[in-house]
Design a protein around this ligand. Structure first.
Ligand code: FMN
Length: 400
């Protein structure tokens, strides 16, 4: 029988699913509810020094939809509104009630040694399991020289990591921003500064467009808007890439996240190097109860694969990711069209001709392939609504 239990830096997780630092972890009551429902742990909504002002705006969300379904948020919300004392008391309460659950304190402070170290001194006296340094919030904070302003500067990231590490009595994870050209650059810098692991990704900076009737931004606050942090399904490929890139440059543990909405997403993050995963947007959209499907799905999968635990799944896809130049130029797939399944809609022919390949020809009863023109790009197989096209190696008949 497989198990979802796992351990990272000596911290025991009953399952690898944590709530990410965000609205679902903004109060003790919320975390309490999540723990009752079976979450393995929670990263508290980022705690800051009490005098750092958090003055929110309204509205602060915009969504991106596909066929009526929300596939992503853009938010411009700030950090925790609760005091440091509220969180210290809450951590004691939660740990007493749920000793087996993992609680991670996400923190952020102005770039001053005292400000970071004061927070650590206070939190060191609580039974939290680890710290997550928020170097990555993309809105509101950078204009105050914190958040993503820290995580886009190797120099400042190194400075703060070493201040924290010099006094922290728990493992320190650095939460990285995807809003950089190369995430490994900051990852390597904070590893050198002594961090114990990474969390990635925080939200991806974006802008949800303009309302063409009013000609005002879609996320409109009294006529104005600002760039915000995107999350949910739309950021998943960016999260996958960042986690894989971090894993390719470091062996330290990774708390992986970004766009996880089911157990399959979580499993893929683990194959790409995540030790455990965190989730925010999916929980906001569908509630804490999504934990049941996540746990059952992942456990069934491990059983089917005859894997004892997620440690056997971890990093499995990493050796398969290489540079573009190293990909095999002698490997060529062609579309194999199942005539019975094919609805003759011509979508494959259209995309093939509009993309300049002209390898598919619509005939009265079938779609014909001109093998000489086909570059094996695979676009046709992706647009076929019937799933009638499979990319295959077509072997040439030998002459002898
Ligand atoms: C409304 C909202 C508030 C967030 N607040 C925080 C925060 O306080 N600290 C933090 O580190 N990340 C914060 N995040 C980022 C999430 O923790 C997470 O990194 C990101 O949303 C990607 O995960 P997801 O696609 O599962 O939502 C916030 C995200 C959202 C949507």
């Amino acid at each position: 029988m497989s198990t979802l239990k796992t351990s990272v830096l000596g911290i025991e997780f009953e399952n690898p699913f944590l709530l990410a630092s965000a609205p679902p972890t903004a109060s003790i009551e919320s975390i309490d509810k999540a723990f009752q429902m079976g979450w393995g742990g929670a990263v508290i909504k980022t705690i800051t020094p009490d005098d750092l002002e958090m003055f929110e705006v309204s509205p602060r969300y915009e969504t991106l939809k596909s066929k009526g379904k929300i596939i992503g948020f853009q938010n411009i919300e700030l950090l925790s509104h609760k005091s440091v004392k509220y969180w210290c008391d809450g951590i004691h309460y939660l740990k007493k009630k749920y000793p087996e659950k993992v609680i991670i304190a996400s923190i952020m402070a102005p770039v001053k040694r005292d400000e970071w170290q004061n927070l650590i001194h206070i939190l060191n006296d609580t039974p939290i399991d680890a710290y997550e340094l928020n170097f990555s919030c993309p809105h509101g904070m950078p204009e105050r020289n914190i958040g993503m302003a820290i995580g886009t500067s190797a120099e400042i990231s190194i400075l703060i990591t070493s201040w924290v590490k010099s006094i922290a009595n728990k493992p320190v994870f650095v939460k990285l921003t995807p809003n950089v050209t190369d995430i490994t650059w900051i990852a390597k810098a904070v590893e050198k500064a002594g961090c114990d692991g990474f969390a990635a990704i925080n939200t991806v900076q974006g802008f949800m467009g303009v309302n063409l009737d009013t000609l005002e931004p879609n996320l409109c606050i009294d006529g104005y808007s600002t760039y915000g942090g995107c999350s949910g399904e739309i950021v998943k490929p960016i999260g996958f890439k960042c986690v894989a890139q971090i894993r390719q440059c470091s062996d330290l543990p990774i708390l992986g996240m970004g766009g996880i909405s089911n157990w399959q997403d979580a499993a893929q993050y683990i194959t790409l190097g995540a030790d455990v995963v965190q989730i925010c947007t999916e929980v906001m959209l569908n509630g804490y109860g999504v934990i049941n499907g996540l746990k059952t799905g992942l456990l069934n999968y491990l059983n089917e694969k005859r894997m004892n635990s997620i440690s056997e799944l971890k990093n499995i896809a990493i050796p398969k990711i290489t540079s573009h130049g190293k990909l095999n130029r002698n490997y060529h797939l062609y579309p194999d069209i199942n005539d019975e399944k094919c609805g003759k809609c011509g979508k494959c022919v259209k995309i093939c001709s509009e993309s300049e390949y002209n390898a598919l020809i619509k005939k009265e009863k079938c779609i014909e392939l001109n093998k000489n023109a086909c570059e094996g790009c695979s676009l046709c197989s992706h647009v076929c609504p019937q799933g009638a096209i499979t990319m295959k190696i077509i072997f040439e008949p030998t002459s002898d």
